[in-house]
Design a protein around this ligand. Structure first.
Ligand SMILES: Nc1ncnc2c1ncn2[C@@H]1O[C@H](COP(=O)(O)OP(=O)(O)OP(=O)(O)O)[C@@H](O)[C@H]1O
Length: 354
């Protein structure tokens, strides 16, 4: 997928900007606070329906405006997202209204690497689940439907658990439903991670040559049991606490370096390198499966990796033949890391000069 043109209206510190990115590498430069990350954020929003920075969507609307609009043309589609301060959202897909953000997100596969991406390896399981589910969502069409059904049922069961109002029979019905969709979700995750593991190992080897990286899915319940049995055996506890304590909503990925949790084995710099390898692996797998590439958004690479790893990362990105948006304070910091000269964009006072 390639973005041929991008228009932003009242998004963060931009009033009206339009750019025509290169199909390969786009280098966005500008001083602190100029709007480099905001440009990446707008593209990310098309692929995820939300920002990667804290704060609600209202923070994304320019302080002097009532709404923002992001509009982009890819090689096959035209996509628009508008959000107003009143909370309304309008989605446009190929000149008609779309109802679901997931319809838009499926067309905009985005990989993001920022200084915070290392949290995938350092923080709790939810970021690792998000990482995993991005891939499953894009390669396994039924996953999203099953996930939506699972989360709706989970919500209903949790609210009954909180009210102590479900009879044993009623609860059994919800447990059956949960385990049906939960097992489907988990099979999709297992299959995906099995395939992705080879890509991760190969890429991790080129960045961290003397470490063996391994990934394993933790399903979210004792994997010697079926989900149904696990849910049943936790029912008393779940009634006491008012929520469902096992299931794929609690899944995690164990990421090991030489058999030890990476966060106890690798240096902070090595963790950053590993997270770059994970993102490249996911993009490469996506490309093999879908026969198209994702868009890479890379914020502040020079503060993340040392010069050699920057060179290696840029080289790998170029080999992927993906469209890349990478930010730096000055062009000099990165332009020599790519073999082909990047297209340069300079951001200043809410304007972007090509
Ligand atoms: N809703 C908003 N309305 C107007 N300006 C905003 C809004 N939200 C953020 N800004 C401003 O937009 C500017 C752009 O921030 P951004 O994080 O994109 O900059 P950056 O170029 O990535 O900076 P750095 O190099 O420091 O990371 C900041 O000066 C910020 O204060």
């Amino acid at each position: 997928m390639f973005i041929n043109s991008l228009n932003l209206s009242h998004f963060r510190n931009f009033q009206e900007v339009a750019i025509s990115p290169d199909r390969h590498i786009n280098l966005i430069t500008g001083s602190n606070g100029s709007g480099k990350t905001s440009l990446l954020e707008a593209i990310y929003l098309l692929g995820f329906g939300r920002s990667f920075r804290p704060g609600g969507f209202r923070q994304l609307i320019n302080e002097s405006a009532e709404q923002f609009t992001i509009f982009c043309r890819t090689e096959n589609h035209s996509i628009g997202v508008r959000r107003t301060t009143a909370g309304e959202q309008t989605l446009r897909l190929n000149n008609t209204n779309a109802t679901k953000m997931s319809e838009v997100a499926r067309l905009v596969p985005v990989q993001l690497l920022t200084p915070e991406s290392v949290d995938i390896l350092l923080e709790g399981p939810s970021l690792r689940r998000q990482f995993l589910d991005w891939g499953v969502f894009h390669v396994e069409h039924s996953f999203y439907r099953n996930w939506v059904s699972y989360t709706q049922i989970l919500k209903q069961r949790n609210s009954l658990l909180k009210q102590y109002s479900a009879s044993a029979n009623q609860d059994k019905y919800w447990v059956e439903q949960l385990s049906h969709y939960g097992e489907l979700i988990t099979v999709s995750r297992e299959n995906y991670l099995k395939e992705l593991a080879d890509y991760i190992q190969e890429l991790a080897k080129s960045f961290l040559s003397n470490v063996t990286i391994e990934v394993r899915l933790k399903k979210g319940w004792d994997s010697t049991q079926s989900l149904f049995s696990a849910l049943e055996s936790h029912t008393d506890k779940d009634k006491k606490y008012g929520f469902t304590s096992v299931g794929p909503h609690k899944a995690d990925i164990k990421i090991l370096a030489d058999g030890v949790d990476v966060k106890h084995r690798l240096s902070r710099g090595q963790l950053k390198v590993l997270v770059s390898a994970l993102k490249l692996a996911q993009g490469k797998h996506f490309q093999t499966m879908k026969n198209e590439s994702c868009v890479y958004l890379v914020d502040d690479l020079t503060s993340e990796l040392d010069a050699e790893n920057q060179r290696l990362f840029c080289q790998q990105l170029e080999q992927l033949d993906a469209q890349v948006f990478v930010t730096a304070i000055t062009g000099k910091q990165l332009s020599d890391k790519f073999q082909k000269s990047p297209k340069m964009f300079h951001v200043e006072h809410g304007a972007i000069n090509e």
